[in-house]
Design a protein around this ligand. Sequence first.
Ligand code: IP8
Length: 272
Amino acid sequence: MHLMATMSNMPRVIVKLGGGLITDKSLYRQVRLDRVDAVSAVIRELKDSGYSVIIVHGAGSFGHLEARKWKLSEGYNRDISKEQANAVTRVRSDMDDLNEYIVKSLMNAGVECEVMPPRKWATGVGVEFQGELDMFVRDPALPVPITFGDVVETSDDTRFGILSGDHIMVRLACEMPDVSACVFLLGDADGLMDRPPDEPGAVLLPTWKSDQSFSESHNPDIDITGGIMLKVRCASLIARDVEHVWLLDGTVPRRIIDIVSRGDTVGTRILH
Ligand code: IP8
């Protein structure tokens, strides 16, 4: 297929592999490699067509279960400080393991990556986190930058917190030059549905604007950073600056190619 990137104007595509796509969210450290491999093949195709790609991934069951158990998103708690310190180390190391699965899969697909763990370059949480993003701008011939949701230090008395990959997406999408598409890959739906995807009769919303409502299914027992609601809010911030912002079914990753080649696919396009 002929894609539209040209060597003189290399549009950038930023892809977030959601934790619900790449892991079984309810089973500790359960990766879904077949899904990761399918996305890797599409990323290879984007690279071969001249796109600059940045990859962000979520935590799924490599992060949320432990982080929730020890309240890591609430920051330092003196009553459980020892357990929290262990949990911070464990979650970071689990995230490194998950990242390694993804990097290996990309490597097998012929895509070289450079890993940039947020704990090394970011401070603070939420969309206002501090951190140098310039290193994500690079020649498309160089390895693809990859980063992920992580436990980071904060500069106040919370000491640490959880920086979501969705917040990293906002900053990258709004601060990198030439971003033509930003894609959030989901694991359980074609895009944003009018009600929780497991409810009978759930219907895909082909477009979504911030003044539109939908009934959300965020499960705080599993997801500490905010689930679909956070994703939609972040996508909506990105849509102010980026033309193509989509929520897609990551189990059919070729839909990313549809977006960059013809500007449309099955999924939810987030409009400003
Ligand atoms: O899954 C959360 O990142 P997200 C990161 O992108 C951790 O929201 C460590 C739970």
